[in-house]
Design a binder for this molecule. Structure first.
Ligand code: ATP
Length: 454
């Protein structure tokens, strides 16, 4: 299949950002003070969507397997961790400044950046451009511990969650029943003082990561690397990302990080082009070796007849980047009966609200009573909403924009024969189902496989 060059769909980053704001998914942070560059707050539906993304990750990593355990390490670690990991020395972007337009660019992104004066050209592409030599800029946020602000009190907000896992290797292997191949999974905030953040949630300074370090016998590392690239690719497509928008791309030698012997990016075709969605790296024994050396504690696997430093395979995904991916892939605009509708065709398990319960006539006491009872029954097992305001069409449109897969309408016929209307967000098909079995029907549908377009 020839690879797509352009995103196929109605989404643009601007439209997604506008919908997110209008429908309480994401707000610019500190809005009333003019915001803070590339920082965002999640609103009600954004919180629910993030929770579902993390829940699906956790379910595939921990609940559905018996070889991965969970961890939640601190954000601020002993600063020696970052010396040992190489972050103090090398976690830097090469930056160039333009003396003419006063903008700052990542040297490795010059070919895709725009000149401040002539946005159609790349920096360095006009006779006026006057670029400096590249300088290394460390991306870690510094802070101080305790009352005295001196060299000795410097600490860092973690730029990745992975190191918290490596430094707990001994704690985990001595307290849990694990044996390579096994993994440790963690979800948590990371901080990077990115110089060129942007594109809404794509690159921000404060973000959540979902990382899993999988410890394997060294001879099996290449095989496990291939396994995790496949696993992670399939996770995204199972949750509805179109395969034509997804690819795995191996890094060239020059692109590899200092710790990695092989990395593949799972890339998504965003409206801004192909970009990294998730990294799957073969980190070898680099991290365990470094921490053994710097801490004086040997981090190795000791079995009955064997002793070795495991190699590590690491899938690492940003929650916000996954959020943006699911939104871009799900966003659709169409005309239905002469009216424009915007709909988020999210996988039902990702959808912030699974079911909206709507009495057809909001002032009809019998309908309201039945609808309230159904709503209360549903919300015990899934996220549901009750809405009796405004005309039914308007209520459906609101639910379409937040991606609610099922609308349940209580009408006159319900009062006669105990059936309700189940409206499908994607096909707009309406079926009559018994009110009695509605909860179980939706629970069954949530477990079914789902693909965009049915
Ligand atoms: P880049 O080269 O784009 O700066 P990276 O290769 O350094 O990114 P990793 O360290 O591999 O990124 O991070 C793992 C994952 O964490 C990324 O694939 C992405 O999903 C997410 N991520 C990293 N940096 C950011 C950021 N600034 N904002 C949002 N998500 C991020």
């Amino acid at each position: 299949m020839a690879e797509l060059e352009q995103f196929e769909g109605a989404a643009t980053i601007e439209k997604i950002a506008a919908l997110c704001r209008r429908r309480a998914f994401v707000f610019p942070t500190s809005d009333i003070y003019g915001g803070l560059g590339s920082s965002f707050d999640f609103g009600h539906y954004g919180v629910l969507l993030c929770q579902n993304i993390k829940g699906e990750w956790q379910r595939s990593m921990i609940q559905d397997r018996d070889d991965i355990v969970a961890l939640d390490s601190a954000v601020i670690l002993n600063p020696q961790v970052w010396v040992a990991s190489g972050h103090v020395e090398t976690f830097a972007d090469p930056l160039v400044d333009c003396r003419t337009c006063k903008l700052r660019f990542r040297e490795d992104h010059l070919a895709t950046s725009s000149c401040g004066r002539k946005p159609s050209k790349h920096p360095g592409g006009t006779p006026d451009c006057d670029l400096t030599e590249a300088r290394a800029f460390n991306l870690m946020f510094e802070t101080h511990i305790g009352a005295v602000r001196d060299e000795a009190s410097v600490a860092y907000l973690r730029p990745e969650t992975a190191q918290g896992i490596f430094v707990n290797f001994k704690n985990v292997t001595s307290s849990m029943r694990v044996k390579p191949p096994f993994g440790i999974a963690q979800i948590g905030k990371s901080f990077r003082n990115e110089i060129t953040p942007g594109n809404f949630l794509f690159r921000v300074r404060e973000f959540e990561q979902m990382e899993m370090e999988f410890f394997v016998p060294p001879a099996d590392a290449a095989e496990w690397h291939a396994y995790w690239i496949d696993e992670r690719y399939n996770w995204h497509t199972r949750l509805g990302v179109r395969p034509s928008h997804l690819r795995a791309r191996a890094h060239d030698k020059e692109e590899l990080s200092h710790y990695s012997s092989a990395t593949s990016d799972i890339e998504y075709l965003f409206p801004i082009g192909w970009q990294e969605l998730e990294g799957v790296a073969n980190r070898g024994s680099y991290d365990l070796d470094q921490h053994s050396q710097h801490s004086g504690t040997k981090l190795e696997w000791i079995g009955h007849e064997e002793r070795y430093v495991p190699h590590v395979i690491e899938p690492a995904l940003g929650v916000g980047r996954a959020f943006l991916t699911f939104m871009c892939d799900a966003y659709d605009e169409e005309e239905v009966a002469g009216r424009q509708r915007t709909v988020l065709r999210l996988h039902p398990r990702l959808a912030p609200v699974k079911a909206a319960v709507l009495p057809l006539v909001g002032k009809n006491a019998d309908m309201v009573e039945k609808a309230q009872a159904l709503y209360k029954e549903l919300r015990r097992v899934m996220s549901a909403e009750y809405d009796a305001d405004a005309a039914i069409g308007k209520r459906y449109r609101r639910q379409d924009e937040i991606g609610t897969p099922w609308g349940l309408t209580i009408d006159d016929q319900t009062l006669e024969d105990g059936t309700i209307t189940l409206r499908d967000r994607d096909s707009l098909a309406q079926e009559r189902i018994p009110l009695e079995g509605a909860k179980q029907l939706l629970l069954d549908r949530l477990e079914q496989e789902w693909a965009p377009g049915g």
